[in-house]
Write a protein that binds this ligand. Sequence first.
Ligand SMILES: [Zn+2]
Ligand SMILES: [Zn+2]
Length: 148
Amino acid sequence: MTIKTENTAIILTGRCYCGVTTFTTTQEPQTIAYCHCDSCRRATGGPVAAFAALNEKAVTFTPNEGRKVAINPGVTRTFCADCGSSLTGRYDYLPGQVYISVGVIDQANDLAPKIHCHDSERYSWLHIEDDIERVTATARSKISHASK
Ligand SMILES: [Zn+2]
Ligand SMILES: [Zn+2]
């Protein structure tokens, strides 16, 4: 679905659980990644996190990106200040990208992940049947500059 607004095509839309925080993007994701690391699980509350990597200049949050939380060095995550939905992650080693939690994107059913990151930390009972790449660590070299 593409909505034309003032000559800028909106590619993706999304909202938090309560709806106070919304966002739009004007570019396709650069990649979409599962992350099985412990930090992402705790931040999102799910058995695996999934994020869409976007050019940060292509994303607009309303009224803002939410509450910033920085627990791990070099990583800043944001959460809706009202309901706590996991919204974004930013990583110092992945400059220019913002990682949006797939579950808050309206079009997520069309955004199949391309890679499993930190697959070595995946829960032993979590079996996702796919043929996409699995890497044991961050895959930073694969997911940075992944723009098409
Ligand atoms: Zn909210
Ligand atoms: Zn992670």
